[in-house]
Design a protein around this ligand. Sequence first.
Ligand code: ASP
Ligand code: MG
Length: 410
Amino acid sequence: MARDIIVQKYGGTSVADVSRIQNVARRVVKARRGGKDVVVVVSALGDTTDNLIELALTITNDPAERELDMLISTGEQVSCALLAMAIHELGEDAISFTGAQVGIITDNAFTRARIIDINARRIEEELRKKRIVIVAGFQGVNVNQDITTLGRGGSNLTAVALAKVLKARACEMNTDVEGVFTADPRIVKDARKIDKISYEEMFELASLGAQVLQPRSIEFAMKFAVPIHVRSSFSNRQGTIISREVRAMEDIVVSGVAMNKDEAKVTICDVPDKPGIAAKIFREIARQGINVDMIVQNVSRTGATDVSFTVLAGDLGKTIKVAKGISSKIGAGEITFDKDIAKVSIVGIGMKSHSGVAANMFEALADNGINIEMISTSEIKISAVVDKKRGQDAVRAIHAKFGLGKKRKS
Ligand code: ASP
Ligand code: MG
């Protein structure tokens, strides 16, 4: 008989204190008593990871990444042991493991490691003994047994990867919200929970600033078709199902609006309009490990043009330094920058087959007197950079323009 395995991931807010850990224990036990084999992945309690990083930074500005992983991986070890005890108190058998113990092998990229292999033998053995298996999220080991972590929010990736190797029926992401929303409900009053969304759209929304899920975990889920259910740890309601694109999804032009306030804009003025210049600029920036997001180059009328791009706000200082160096090398002009920007984006599979979507978005901004500073588009998303002060207004205006607060027909 095929076993019915479910992977349940609980995020930091779901295990923030003892009573919440006990709440998780009750949910897990309920699933177990409902006849499922349950594998639980937990994050660290509340803000533990942030606090550990802060602690390291009081000692050094530049902690060795191996040691940082040694430190921040401890948070998840605490929560998985406590959860096992809470489950024991409810009379069920449970056993907790670190990433290393269940054979989560990663590459050597400390603080952002990739999983290269999982040996699920131990987990399967324990499940056969009718135990609830609890795995510390966010961590693995490299081939030398050094502890690695998977990047912030990495417990999601642990959960999806385990769901894949165990051929679980579903991967539940239990969090502090009811699911994925059409916009941040703290900004948009009538934001609505999305019942179903495709991996592609969810990946874009997460990358563009919606904070429910780590983009890498969605990429992984998409690659291996692991169905995800994002739901609240504090209710029994159905949340959002993330799955393969289905035809009906195409009728929905825009699925959601996201905002990211963590970027800054840099402009290199009067860049000579010659082949190879953009390559030089962005090669040098990449060499410094700086990630560039949007890029806009104007047409040149006088043989020179302005090139603007966005980077993470935290990389701004470094970027300006590099840009100044490049500018003098290639004979360009001054460097200007703007920290006070917000990138507002819409995402929807239906954009592939509907026209006028961009026009509607820009009209919503125009009607509210919001100026657009940069635009970028892809097949299923449109992003506009606006003044940070108008970011929330922009999200509300766009949400209303596309009627996202109204109940869907389907
Ligand atoms: N505790 C880690 C973090 O805060 C991993 C996770 O929560 O998924 O990033
Ligand atoms: Mg966390």
